[in-house]
Design a binder for this molecule. Structure first.
Ligand code: ZN
Length: 242
């Protein structure tokens, strides 16, 4: 089974469509949350995601904020402004869809969460020490997370070893070895200095993981952000990938 692994789409429809175009044929989609926030196409992105085959989709912190489950004050002013705009813009049906999303799923030896297995919505796994705390309690060999918008892989060779970050090799299939925490990066707002949409393909049967990038028309999304009256910074950062 080939799974398209997506995270942090953030209402960027052109980036999402570029990924769907770039990806090899897949059987299922695992989406790690934050469908909305930052970008100008919340309804279009939710509808596109809902149309995908065999979808497992988690809730992210921005999705929760749009639902009112997290106060806007927990976000920086720019991000909060987009949450407020998205609350007004989202359709009832798409709002209802977001309400159905779980914060954590375990499937086939993988734990899926937006932030981390320990704190599914809010924790960032950016450092080995945070990865270790999660390895300590993970009931599966692998976890897939998003939230940081940084493509990352942490590996713990044995239970008495420390977690180590592994290098990310683009367009290369990597064999998974127990135990790993993998972040496919962000579709709609990458922050690793590369503005291309980031995602991964997981071969569940063979245990292989491939990180990929897709080029999209950033200028069109920037224009749509400004047209919607959203903060300039959300447009500028897309070009820099930060
Ligand atoms: Zn995000």
């Amino acid at each position: 089974m080939l799974v398209l692994v997506l995270s942090d789409i953030h209402a960027n429809l052109l980036a999402l469509d570029a990924v769907l175009e770039d990806a090899p044929e897949f059987d299922a989609v695992w989406c790690l949350g934050d469908l909305v926030g930052y970008g100008p196409h919340p309804n279009e992105c939710i509808e596109r995601i809902r149309s995908l085959p065999d979808l497992l989709c988690l809730i992210g912190n921005h999705d929760q904020a749009v639902l009112g489950a997290i106060p806007i004050s927990r976000f920086n002013p720019d991000a909060g402004a987009v949450v407020a705009w998205t609350r007004k813009t989202i359709s009832e049906e798409n709002n209802a869809f977001l309400q159905t999303l779980p914060s954590k799923i375990s499937i086939n030896n993988f734990t899926l969460a937006h932030g981390s297995p320990n704190q599914p919505v809010w924790e960032y796994i950016l450092e080995p020490i945070t990865a270790d705390r999660n390895f300590d309690t993970m009931k599966t060999d692998y976890a897939l997370v998003g939230h940081s918008h940084i493509p990352l892989i942490f590996h713990r060779l044995s239970e008495d070893a420390f977690a180590m970050p592994l290098g990310v090799h683009w367009n290369k299939r990597m064999q998974l070895i127990p135990r790993m925490i993998l972040n496919p990066g962000s579709v709609g707002q990458p922050r690793d200095g590369d503005p291309r949409a980031s995602y991964a393909i997981l071969d569940v049967d063979e245990g292989r993981w491939e990180m990929r990038r897709a080029v999209y028309e950033i200028e069109s999304v920037q224009r749509a952000i400004l047209r919607a009256g959203l903060p300039d910074r959300q447009a500028l950062r897309l070009a820099a990938g930060i």
